[in-house]
Design a binder for this molecule. Structure first.
Ligand SMILES: Cc1ncc(COP(=O)(O)O)c(C=O)c1O
Length: 349
């Protein structure tokens, strides 16, 4: 990076935030116990709080969203069964095929441009024949909200309900990867539980827009929790005095969740400014939450290298696609500055 630039603006992900002083104070003050024995009061409180926010019976604190999704899959689909999922989903792209390697399921992907939410007709066309000699049994539909690789896009409550009703009608269960469910709720102006209503289980991340150092909460019914709990232990996700981490989550639910709209406004502004930068293409009207996908005339790697030299970090999402994410550690001023740096870095590219 150019030595004269005093501060890197990191738009790679909303996972790069660092816990601030107040969150650290809440962590230091947390009451803890051994959670493998079910004795950590802070963890229990967090699990109950997230379950309540999402309108489900119970929660289970997990180390990561990847583990939370894997637990949901393994607990609801047996080996050799089929799980239906959008071809651009996080489960397909970024979880190292854990569902195949560990849960032993077959993923069958559909292409759902509406924020990864399939239509009823799409699902009905995928229906398996009751032919156990040839066809695997399809038991789980996985949705994602907001949808990361589809640019932080959001499916409506009605569209989610249509997909879930169809899946349930075919005897399948529904899991929602709600890593950024708070962002979706803000974008649609609804409560998170309205979005969660369609799903039997959800995973909800604390370490993305909410700024915690770690953590995801799986939620679902009491019965499903018992199965999820076995899978968490089996995967090595049983934690001991992790209440210090849960305390960060509890603090974030009160303090960071209400401010997610600021990230959305910053993302929209960034897209508007980026639309005027030569060599970049973006439609600001399509930016619904805190994720901006930029199409690049030059190869994405070259754009990223130039941006990095100018003090702006982003990630590649394809050969000519770059992702920028806004979060609580980037201010509106830094967004304007990031766009200005990109403008001069890419002029003539
Ligand atoms: C949509 C989505 N689901 C799941 C995950 C996995 O979360 P983690 O990084 O905590 O494993 C991510 C991470 O970025 C994500 O964007």
């Amino acid at each position: 990076m150019d030595e004269t630039l005093d501060q890197v603006i990191d738009l790679r992900s909303d996972t790069v935030t660092r816990p601030g002083a107040e969150m650290r104070r809440a962590m230091a003050a947390a009451e803890v116990g051994d959670d493998v024995y079910g004795e950590d009061p802070s963890i229990r409180q967090l699990e109950e709080r997230v379950a309540e926010l999402l309108g489900k019976q119970s929660g289970l604190f997990c180390p990561s969203g990847t583990m939370s999704n894997l637990i949901a899959i393994a607990a609801q689909a047996d080996r050799g069964q089929e799980v239906w999922v959008d071809c651009e989903s996080h489960v397909v792209h970024y979880e190292l095929a854990g569902s195949a390697v560990i849960a032993g399921v077959q993923l069958r992907a559909f292409d759902a441009p509406n924020a990864g939410c399939p239509t009823s007709a799409q699902l009905l066309a995928m229906q398996r024949l009751a032919d156990p000699a040839h066809e695997p049994e399809a038991t789980l539909l996985c949705l994602e909200q907001t949808h990361n690789r589809r640019g932080g896009s959001v499916a409506s409550v009605a569209d989610l309900a249509e997909a879930a009703d169809t899946a349930h009608g075919m005897g399948m269960r529904v899991h929602l990867d709600g890593a950024r469910l708070g962002n979706a709720a803000v974008a649609l102006g609804v409560q998170m539980r309205e979005l969660a209503d369609c799903a039997d289980s959800l995973s909800f991340s604390l370490s993305k827009g909410l700024g915690c150092p770690v953590g995801s909460v799986w939620v679902g019914s009491h019965d499903a929790r018992a199965r999820a709990h076995i899978w968490r232990k089996r995967l090595g996700g049983g934690m001991r005095q992790a209440g210090i981490l849960a305390a960060a989550g509890l603090w974030a639910l009160g303090h960071q969740l209400p401010r997610l709209g600021e990230d959305h406004a910053n993302a929209k502004r960034f897209a508007q400014l980026a639309a005027d930068i030569p060599g970049l293409e973006v439609d600001p009207a399509r930016v619904a939450t805190n994720i901006v996908l930029l199409q690049t005339a030059a190869p994405a790697d070259e754009v990223l290298a130039r941006a990095e030299r100018a003090g702006v970090l982003m990630v590649a999402f394809g050969p000519h696609t770059v992702r920028a994410v806004t979060h609580l550690d980037v201010s509106a001023e830094q967004i304007t500055e990031a766009a200005a740096r990109l403008h001069s870095a890419l002029s003539g590219a």
